[in-house]
Design a protein around this ligand. Structure first.
Ligand code: SER
Length: 891
């Protein structure tokens, strides 16, 4: 019987069958997009779907399981192109949840490798975690491998990343010796060496611990097994190939790309490397797109974009100037659909996503590479080694050329890039581009006129629902209709979210409410299998068209795309509450202040409402309270909110409140709740009880004769009121009383304060009087006049002047200078000269100037009165003591 060849399908089937026969339940591969696991962007190992079982958080479907899992890892992306590294790969695994442990795992692995796959035992080399003597003993017992053939490796410890929380433990790897000819020849060459001799094929992880990602780990309740073997590497060995790319998993893909590029694999090392990169990346992208990953500027979408860009760049090295990934997608799908049928189901989308992104990036790349090449050549000629940040930024900003490519190309030229300047330029640009993106300018007017003429009015379904499926009927970017809109191409630089202009999407019908009647437009999301559009606002720019404004956050939308529209319900609910409360407020104001009260403006947002009305004077606190009470009573009454389309005439006759000058459609929508009846197109609660609570937070003037009320409802009102309650409690406790007694206590404190102030004043005056008498008595006679100069204690210049008056009362013609130290540590002083002395040449301003000079400060003023001061009060007493003498010389 001819020996069967080990095709990769047979290798995979054999693995799953072997473990199936040994009591393992076959688990389907989970998606590359992890389910409910925010710790990783993409599935990186077969154990990922086992994490909740290992942690004891969920019950596993069986204690023994096996799978062939689609995996994606970015860690090795730069190595791709050599013999054995890949981004996307298939991991064959067997798992035990608290069932068998080390002995079982080693026994199965050894048996399968040597007896089933027929690998020569002498070519297999295990490695273990340095402290794991148990594993060494087991390898001896089970496989007869002596301890000296087992390498102890520090990195035989497995976790999903040192900072990723989850299960972890020591592991034992199995290496295959490809032969001396692949070795590096170093005496230390052994499993774990990075040359091509020992190829790691299987990793047996003894999952015993759980780590928190911050350096702490604790033992798990049960001991588990998680193993992973790379299908590509095992195929390379069993098919006796030099690299994984020559196995049946890759060769057809390599050939396809070689054919597209008009070359042959195996001719030229450099071209071969590029072909391998494209084969790996192309295959990975097909799987990513197949699992719904779309290019974007964040998370897994950004990984997609980076991988695609690398592939396109290598395509360029092969001379490929047109999209080629989409073209080869069918080859990948044909090869893999047997195991992964979702590829066939999603075939069209995969090809679309790849081709579109490739086309976009291809143009960017051509222009960017050309400009960058010229720039680098200039710098080289000038003997420089660094590309200025401004140039890298211009490439990015004007041509969408990503920074990481600039870095890569610069490096190939032996140059660096000034990244700090690049980031600074980016920051500046972000600041400048924060402009308003309204719908107002002329070009827009033309656009909307055109769209209104060509499209039927948008159906609005939002009165009864907040979601629905519809079709894209028009797309707008930069004020121009588009066939397609896509997520932005530029690479994110980790600074802040982009401020790109808004795009517009029009659907045949939508649950999104467009801003009108004071109610803000809805926000939410439009999702299609090809892309996601985040709606930040909804407007009605013209006629009956409802326009969703926002950004593509991933992928693309085309005319005709079917989308699932989802309004942000929490925001809409809060807005509805405020809108219905506005109607009740309007009614309550009319009831209280008279029918002449008319709405002058209204704003209904999710977090508050604002209502302007005509009234000649502010409302009293009692009136505000009455309004609050009336509205809350109606809320508690839980009136149903009824809406009816009524002929306009009839509606007006029935007394429904209509706004003067407003154009209403006919028939018009009439909204009734209790005694409130208004013409209104807005969205409302079903019954007033849903408003919860209403509270006026402000009553202010908005313009002459116009008052403005701001109010909250629902949760926001409750939070506000609780905040007030806490404030009152805190104040009461601060003032050592109960909230009920707070007012009385504050009144008491105010009275105490007033009398304390009076007492202080009286005491101060008394002390001034005494001090004044003392100083007057101590005056120095200078040519028949008195000179008083003293440093005293006084709280201010005013107090100094008062004391000055007190002294003067007791003296005839006098020159008086009073100084004091300030709390800041400086000095301040006042000088007065009796009017009859000024004619003799004494001048208060000059005295002040002279004293200030001595103090190192400033001073001056009029002949009768002046003041001065300095920052320092050093030598104040001394200087003051010199004043009489100084005055004598000045006259
Ligand atoms: N989780 C381990 C690995 O990824 C074994 O499956 O290598």
């Amino acid at each position: 019987m001819p020996k069967k060849t080990w095709t990769s399908s047979r290798i995979r089937e054999t693995f799953l069958k072997y473990f199936g026969e040994n009591g393992h339940k076959l688990m389907p591969s989970s998606s590359l997009v992890p389910h409910n696991d925010p710790t990783v962007f993409l599935t990186t190992a077969g154990m990922q779907q086992m994490v909740p079982f290992f942690l004891g958080m969920e019950t596993p479907p069986a204690l023994r399981m096996t799978s062939s899992q689609k995996c994606f890892r970015t860690v090795d992306i730069d190595e791709v192109g050599d013999a054995r590294h890949l981004t996307f790969f298939e991991m064959l695994g067997n798992f035990s949840v608290g069932d068998y442990f080390k002995r079982g795992a080693i026994t199965f692995a050894w048996d399968l490798l040597t007896k089933v796959y027929g690998l020569e035992p002498e070519r297999l080399y295990p490695s273990v975690y340095p402290a794991d003597d148990e594993a060494i003993t087991l390898w001896g017992e089970i496989a007869g491998i002596p301890a000296d053939r087992i390498t102890r490796l520090e990195d035989n410890w497995w976790d999903r990343g040192p900072t990723t929380p989850g299960p972890c433990g020591p592991d034992s790897e199995i290496y295959y010796d490809r032969g001396e000819q692949y070795g590096c020849g170093r005496p230390t060459c052994a499993p774990g060496c990075d040359c091509d001799r020992y190829l790691e094929i299987w990793n047996l992880v003894f999952m015993q611990y759980n780590q928190d990602g911050q350096g702490n780990k604790e033992p798990l309740k049960k001991q588990n097994i998680d193993t992973g073997m790379g299908l590509e590497r095992l195929s390379m060995i069993l098919q006796k190939k030099e690299t994984v790319f020559e196995t049946d998993l890759f060769l057809p893909i390599i050939k396809k790309f070689a054919q597209i590029a008009g070359t042959t694999y195996g001719k030229d090392l450099k071209a071969d490397t590029s072909l391998r990169v494209i084969a790996d990346h192309g295959r990975a992208l097909v799987f990513l797109a197949g699992d719904g990953v779309l290019p974007s500027n964040e998370g897994r979408g950004y990984i997609f974009r980076r991988v695609l860009r690398r592939a396109v760049r290598h395509g360029k090295l092969l001379g490929l100037d047109r999209p080629f990934l989409g073209e080869a997608a069918d080859t990948v799908i044909e090869l893999m659909e047997g195991q992964y049928p979702e590829l066939r189901t999603n075939r069209d989308r995969i090809v679309d996503v790849l081709t579109l992104e490739e086309r976009k990036f291809g143009q960017t790349l051509t222009t960017g590479l050309h400009l960058l090449g010229e720039k680098l050549a200039d710098l080289e000629r000038a003997g420089q080694h660094e590309l200025p940040g401004a140039d890298a930024f211009a490439l990015y900003d004007t041509h969408g050329f990503p920074l990481e490519l600039t870095l890569e190309v610069a490096q190939e030229h032996g140059m660096t890039v000034n990244e700090a300047d690049f980031k600074a330029a980016m920051g500046r640009q972000r600041q400048q581009s924060k402009t308003k993106h309204g719908l107002a300018d002329e070009r827009e007017d033309e656009l909307w006129t055109h769209l209104t003429a060509t499209l039927p009015p948008t159906g609005f379904t939002g009165y009864t629902t907040t979601q629905g499926t519809s079709r894209v009927v028009a797309l707008v970017a930069e004020s121009q209709p588009q066939e397609m809109i896509t997520a932005p191409e530029t690479t994110p630089v980790p600074l802040e979210p982009t401020s790109a202009p808004l795009l517009a999407v029009l659907l045949a019908e939508t649950p999104f409410y467009a801003e009108s009647g004071g109610q803000v437009g809805d926000q939410g999301v439009l999702r299609s299998p090809t892309g996601t559009f985040q709606v930040v606002d909804t407007q009605r720019p013209a006629g009956g068209l409802i326009v969703h404004l926002g950004q593509m956050t991933e992928g693309y939308l085309k005319i005709g795309s079917e989308v699932q529209a989802q309004v942000d319900e929490t925001r809409r609910d809060a807005t509805r509450r405020n809108h219905s409360a506005t109607h009740l407020l309007h009614r309550a104001l009319k009831d209280l202040l008279g029918e002449s009260v008319v709405q002058q403006g209204s704003l209904v947002e999710p977090h508050r409402l604002r209502f302007d009305f005509n009234h000649p004077r502010p409302l009293t606190p009692a009136e505000v309270e009455q309004i609050d009470q009336a509205v809350n009573e109606w809320i508690r009454h839980n009136f149903p909110v009824n809406t009816a389309l009524t002929p306009l005439d009839e509606a007006k006759r029935s007394g429904a409140m209509a706004l003067f000058g407003e154009k209403y459609p006919d028939p018009v929508r009439v909204v009734t709740m209790g005694t409130s009846k208004e013409l209104c197109g807005g969205t409302h609660v079903a019954a007033t009880g849903q408003i919860g609570v209403y509270v006026t937070t402000q009553e202010i003037s908005s313009a002459a004769g116009i008052r403005r009320i701001e109010a909250l409802t629902g949760q926001a009102a409750a939070t506000y009121l609780m905040g007030r309650k806490h404030l009152v409690d805190a104040l009461a406790s601060r003032l050592q009383t109960s909230p009920d007694m707070l007012e009385q206590r504050v009144a008491q404190l105010a009275a105490d304060l007033t009398s304390a102030r009076k007492e202080l004043d009286r005491a101060q005056r008394e002390s001034f009087r005494d001090e004044a008498a003392r100083l007057a008595a101590a005056a120095t006679p200078v040519r028949g006049s008195s000179v008083v100069a003293a440093s005293v204690i006084a709280p201010s210049n005013e107090a100094l002047l008062e004391m000055n008056d007190r002294i003067r009362e007791r003296l005839g013609p006098a020159v008086i200078l009073l100084a004091t130290k300030t709390v800041e540590g400086g000095a301040t002083f006042v000088v007065t000269v009796s009017p009859e002395l000024t004619s003799q040449g004494w001048h208060a301003g000059k005295i002040a100037q002279r004293v200030a000079e001595r103090l190192g400060g400033k001073g001056g003023g009029r002949p009768e009165s002046a003041r001065g001061g300095s920052r320092s009060a050093a030598h104040l007493a001394e200087i003051v003591a010199e004043v009489p003498e100084m005055v004598a010389t000045l006259s």
